[in-house]
Design a protein around this ligand. Structure first.
Ligand SMILES: [Zn+2]
Length: 335
């Protein structure tokens, strides 16, 4: 699991440019499913065939990043966020473009850090002048944070834990599924979640699942003077009750809780006041899809180093494995 997470977080996939991540995931999951396929937007589906009702488990492949908006005659680049990036968290950071080109972020003269916004930031790739910079880069090129994976013992630190840790959970759960399943299961690796749940929107429409589940990270309330939140690292994955994008269907939420209790898997309940996840798009598909979400507690979400707990990850895999292999009622009859 550690090796899988490390390889997943150390490649780059800003929203809309998920191809490298997609090809790695396809290689790692294709032995465990009946078939894989992609769609027009770049979503990757990994399907275990089976009778109705179809279960959809989604983790997003994309990560936050920046996009080049301007290159000046001295070779300095101006950038804008791709997804929820706070400018102060980029100061001094290294960013990497698709071809491996690196640069560092700094700010213009300011009197107070409160003045820091995107217009004050620039990216320096070490180019002698604008002409040299333009030989390597164009307007619209995207870059991601450049940070190695680190094992801190019980905890892992890396960029893009949001949501490669969720991708790793689905890959590992798919490996462990029994040969025969009571229903069909589709693992979705979605695109463009960070810019508005876009991949999950078209994927859910295409698949028409009976139930949907997102597997993504969530914030925690266990750091110094953190906003009050009843989720902590190391106390098990969090069964989502609500975030800004979805109120999880009570029957799905309760079946998730019942499964965790039957299997003696530790879990927490999550109410996330800011942020959303793929379940927000899935549950609104067509006539509505009863949906839930399993969250991996994560410190410093959308910062250059996001921290997760190895035990939470292990328990998340087991819970997804059990949810996918238990029999789910046909929603028309039961809900
Ligand atoms: Zn996410």
């Amino acid at each position: 699991m550690e090796a899988l997470i490390k390889e997943l977080v150390e490649i780059d996939g800003p929203s809309g440019e998920e191809a490298a991540v997609r090809e790695l995931i396809r290689e790692r999951i294709e032995q465990s499913v009946d078939r894989t396929f992609t769609d027009n937007l770049g979503n990757l589906f990994a399907l275990r065939e089976g009778p109705a009702p179809l279960l959809l488990f989604s983790a997003h492949m994309d990560e936050i990043g920046v996009i080049v908006t301007h290159i000046d005659d001295h070779g300095f680049l101006r950038i804008a966020p791709v997804g929820g990036v706070r400018p102060h968290l980029l100061l001094g950071q290294r960013l990497r473009f698709k071809d491996g080109l690196l640069g560092t972020v700094y700010h213009e003269k300011i009197k107070d850090l409160k003045e820091l916004d995107w217009s004050k930031l620039y990216l320096d790739i070490g180019a002698a002048d604008g002409e040299t910079a333009r030989k390597h880069l164009r307007i619209g090129d995207m870059a991601c944070l450049h940070q190695p994976f680190v094992n801190l013992g019980r905890r892992y630190l890396a960029k893009a834990m949001d949501d490669r840790s969720g991708c790793a959970v689905l890959i590992e759960a798919a490996r462990r599924l029994p040969r025969s399943l009571p229903q069909g299961v589709c693992f979705l690796f979605s695109v463009q979640e960070e810019v508005g749940l876009r991949g999950a929107t078209t994927a859910a429409y295409r698949l028409e699942p009976a139930y949907g589940f997102a597997v993504d990270v969530t914030s925690v309330g266990d750091t110094p003077e953190a906003p009050l939140m009843a989720v902590a690292l190391g106390k098990g994955p969090a069964i989502k009750v609500k975030d800004r994008s979805v109120i999880c269907h009570p029957r799905v939420r309760d079946l998730m809780i019942a499964t965790a209790e039957q299997e003696k898997i530790p879990y927490q309940l999550e109410v996330l006041e800011l942020g959303g996840t793929d379940a927000g798009a899935i549950h609104l598909s067509r006539g509505g899809v009863p949906s839930g979400a399993l969250s991996i507690p994560c410190r410093y979400v959308h910062a250059p180093s996001e921290m997760i707990d190895a035990g939470d990850l292990r328990h998340a895999v087991t819970l997804i494995e059990k949810l996918a292999s238990r029999a789910w009622p046909l929603p028309e009859k039961e809900i």
